[in-house]
Design a protein around this ligand. Structure first.
Ligand code: RTP
Ligand code: MG
Length: 166
């Protein structure tokens, strides 16, 4: 796994509530993304404010934080070549009503606010967002093809602390 090939994604409360998360995960897998992390969580207000800090001064900030904390979301770390633009392309533009046919927002979003999914805008945002939600990712070796020769597999290690120290 290469950290530079990761993006952060979220299935927002509207899509989770509408029971569309399974269909969205199916689209993720059939479009060549590897799901590296996946978790269903309710985001605390403080975390949502930090996540959306770039929009702090915008008039919709309060509404946005309220929406994203209103019910469970599914957060994901997705791996693919060019994962960041590839995921943005698959989700479509922000306003669900303007999103191209076949995109996730076109299929499962409602409007500008309730738009089913989130995707990191660029590599700096992806790094920031992944660190915020999946800090454990950054404790791992980012070298390619390290899965096979990784000495630290559960099968081989009876004492994880001894075996897995970096
Ligand atoms: P996201 O961050 O969720 O992937 O969406 P985005 O990049 O396409 O859009 P962004 O400009 O980052 O806006 C973040 C989220 O804020 C809500 N929004 N509401 N009422 C409004 O005018 C308005 N504008 C944006 C949307 O939920 C958007 O996804
Ligand atoms: Mg954004």
């Amino acid at each position: 796994m290469e950290l530079t090939k990761l993006t952060f994604a979220m299935i927002k409360p509207d899509a989770v509530e509408a029971k569309n998360s399974g269909k969205i995960i199916d689209m993720i897998e059939h479009n060549g993304f590897e799901i590296v992390r996946l978790q269903k969580v309710i985001i605390a207000a403080e975390l949502a404010e930090e996540f959306y800090a770039e929009h702090k001064e915008r008039p919709f900030f309060g509404e946005l934080v309220e929406f994203v904390t209103s019910a469970p979301v599914i957060i994901l770390a997705l791996h693919k070549d060019n994962a960041i633009p590839a995921w943005r392309e698959l989700i479509g533009v922000t306003d669900s009503k303007k999103a191209a046919p076949g995109t996730i927002r076109n299929m499962y979003g409602t409007d500008l606010g309730k738009n089913a999914v989130h995707g990191s805008a660029d590599s700096a945002s992806a790094l920031r967002e992944l660190e915020l939600f999946f800090p454990d990712l950054f404790g791992y070796d980012s070298d390619e093809d390290s899965d096979e020769d990784d000495e630290c597999s559960e099968d081989e290690c009876s004492d994880e602390d001894e075996c897995c120290k970096e």
